[in-house]
Design a protein around this ligand. Sequence first.
Ligand SMILES: [Zn+2]
Length: 97
Amino acid sequence: MTTVVVCRPDNRFLRRRYQRCPMCECTTEMVVRYELWHAPTVWCCRCGDSWSGGELHERPFRRGWRDEAVRRARQLWDLATYGEPPTLEQLEGEEAA
Ligand SMILES: [Zn+2]
């Protein structure tokens, strides 16, 4: 079992995207979180899968995880904004804060 360490996630760097999900193969709502030292993390609001740097995140081995993951992705979607990815300066500014 791996522990995912989240370094103080900041919802300002969440972006909404309409992309084709490689897992459920639908063009759908995806949430992207940009971070300074990590590859962006992407959540699919349709199937609940997520990945970063092209690596699919581990799926929990329990019933109902997908519904839960979709719910969580939808919550992130509500917090996310449309627009360009944050600039390096913005990400670095967050790091210094
Ligand atoms: Zn999907």
